[in-house]
Design a protein around this ligand. Structure first.
Ligand SMILES: NC(=O)c1ccc[n+]([C@@H]2O[C@H](COP(=O)([O-])OP(=O)(O)OC[C@H]3O[C@@H](n4cnc5c(N)ncnc54)[C@H](O)[C@@H]3O)[C@@H](O)[C@H]2O)c1
Length: 464
């Protein structure tokens, strides 16, 4: 281990550092340092593909593995499918031969380092589903050889790396820490964020042994500016959950306050902006129609589930989830109240949702609160629910397939009884909407930018 790496390690991570190195470790470190290493990435989604492209751009031979044949075919045809990556950079690394995609797990045998970037969803009962991680690990175990480093990146509960992944790999009789190496290094990518990218966002690394940490730090440093080693995989697993639970709890707090503000007649958005002028000790979070995506909604449940084994109830986390998941229901109430004020029956009312993606300017629909709002309205018998989202051409909801309006015209806006801003995509022109819509239910404070009268606007947490 280099002195510089050790200096950055926490004290308790440092004291276990071994001085004897195995041949496998030495060979792998040499390959990492001279760039002759081959990197494998399992799961070419929002997390895996940017990592694979980053390694390929660094001139490192990279193999991407995915079960989804369409993604593999697209990549090998030099076609990009991720909004966060440029078409030219994807085409460039495939053309140069630095990145190849495959559906065959046998190709993992060629890789010295393998990143696991597969989904970690929850079950219908909201228990963790780590089956994708286990499946990916089985694929690795079938080809595991001396000198390979496995880095799990999927967000998961503390103990997954050592209690679920390692035992599968240990069955090969190869020894973790000297024959093969294993670490957890969570992903922090924020799709749509152009400032903080794969290369510029610091990452945390926790290896099963100090050697595992050392190697995982070295490979990450090939593409990432700052790598932060921690004592073990459990610290890394829990710090990732802390990051996301921190957001979930704070968003829940403002969502609860938004509901209170509606009763008190105080504008929550103005309250948050005012509080944010404090230069220390406060970080603004904003209310909305609920949380979505593959992370903030799901991850708290991973920790609550793991806590149960320790006879511990995660009250804060559970309460935050309860408040956040109640928001689409709250918004449904706002919409139906606006319908009730008009001479139209609920079943005949026309509701237009603006934005289906779970957050602004992304094409990710996973667990989107807008989808939940649509589902609740349909379940209440509102037959005419339609939407406009430039990033989401169609959605399946409540047993129906809805297609986005191809564009947002004055006629479309005027013929709906309520227009709801569910996602504040920057392409949405609020002045145009306010000019033509009868009533706007704004769940994102997008109408803050309005230059015209706010007469027809009902804002979440404004108390009007
Ligand atoms: N999306 C984000 O913004 C984000 C941010 C941080 C962390 N994460 C975490 O990263 C992990 C991956 O998330 P994602 O958003 O990239 O998911 P994704 O659904 O976009 O991509 C996952 C890919 O893995 C593939 N896959 C699943 N099982 C496989 C297997 N056994 N072998 C090969 N390929 C397999 C799928 O086909 C899919 O293409 C999750 O744990 C998530 O919580 C995601």
């Amino acid at each position: 281990m280099s002195d510089r790496t050790q200096e950055r390690m926490p004290k308790n991570a440092r004291k276990n550092v071994k001085t004897r190195t195995s041949k496998s470790e030495q060979m792998l470190m040499t390959r990492i340092e001279d760039g002759s290493v081959t990197v494998g990435v399992i799961g070419l989604g929002y997390v895996g593909l940017p990592i694979a492209v980053e390694f390929a751009k660094a001139g490192i031979h990279t193999i991407g593995l995915d079960l989804d044949e369409r993604k593999v075919k697209q990549l090998n045809a030099r076609k990009n499918y991720l909004q966060d990556l440029s078409d030219a950079e994807v085409a460039g690394v495939v053309k140069s031969g630095h990145l190849t995609a495959t559906t065959s797990s046998a190709d993992l045998a060629k890789c010295d380092v393998i990143y696991i970037c597969v989904p970690t969803p929850f079950t219908d009962n909201k228990d963790p589903d780590v089956s994708h991680i286990l499946h990916a690990t089985q694929s690795i175990a079938s080809v595991l050889r001396k000198g390979q480093l496995i880095i799990l990146k999927s967000t998961t509960f503390p103990g997954t790396t050592e209690r679920y992944v390692q035992p599968i790999l240990d069955k090969t009789k190869l020894k973790c820490g000297s024959d093969y190496f294993l670490a957890f290094s969570p992903e922090r990518i924020d799709p749509g964020n152009t400032k903080w990218t794969t290369a510029t966002t610091p990452v945390v690394v926790g290896g099963v042994t100090p050697t595992c940490t050392n190697l995982a730090v070295a490979i990450n440093k090939r593409i990432i500016a700052q790598v932060v080693p921690v004592s073990n995989p459990r610290v890394a697993e829990l710090e990732k959950l802390l990051e996301n639970i921190f957001r979930s709890v704070n968003i829940a707090l403002v969502n609860e306050l938004a509901q209170l503000c509606d009763r008190m007649g105080i504008n929550i958005w103005e309250v948050v902006e005012a509080a944010a002028t404090k230069p220390f000790g406060f970080m603004p979070f904003y209310p909305g129609p609920g949380i979505g995506g593959h992370c903030i909604l799901i991850d708290p449940y991973y920790l609550s589930w793991a806590a149960r084994e320790h006879d511990f109830v995660t009250n804060f986390i559970t309460l935050a989830a309860e408040v956040n998941e109640s928001m689409p229901f709250y918004v449904r109430g706002m919409i139906e109240r606006e319908i009730a004020k008009q001479p139209v029956r609920l079943s005949d009312a026309k509701v237009l949702l603006l934005g289906m993606a779970f957050k602004r300017d992304v094409d990710d629909l996973r667990h989107s609160p807008a989808l939940k709002v649509a589902e609740l309205l349909l379940a209440d018998g509102v037959k005419h629910v339609s939407y406009y989202d430039p990033y989401i051409p169609e959605v399946a909801v409540g047993g129906r397939v809805l297609k986005s309006h191809p564009s947002l015209t004055s006629t479309i806006l005027a013929k709906h009884d309520v227009v709801v801003i569910t996602t504040d995509h920057s392409a949405i022109d609020v002045d145009f909407i306010a000019k033509h819509a009868k009533v706007i239910v704004d769940t994102r404070n997008a109408t803050k930018k309005l230059k015209r009268s706010r007469k027809n606007v009902v804002l979440l947490g404004e108390g009007r």
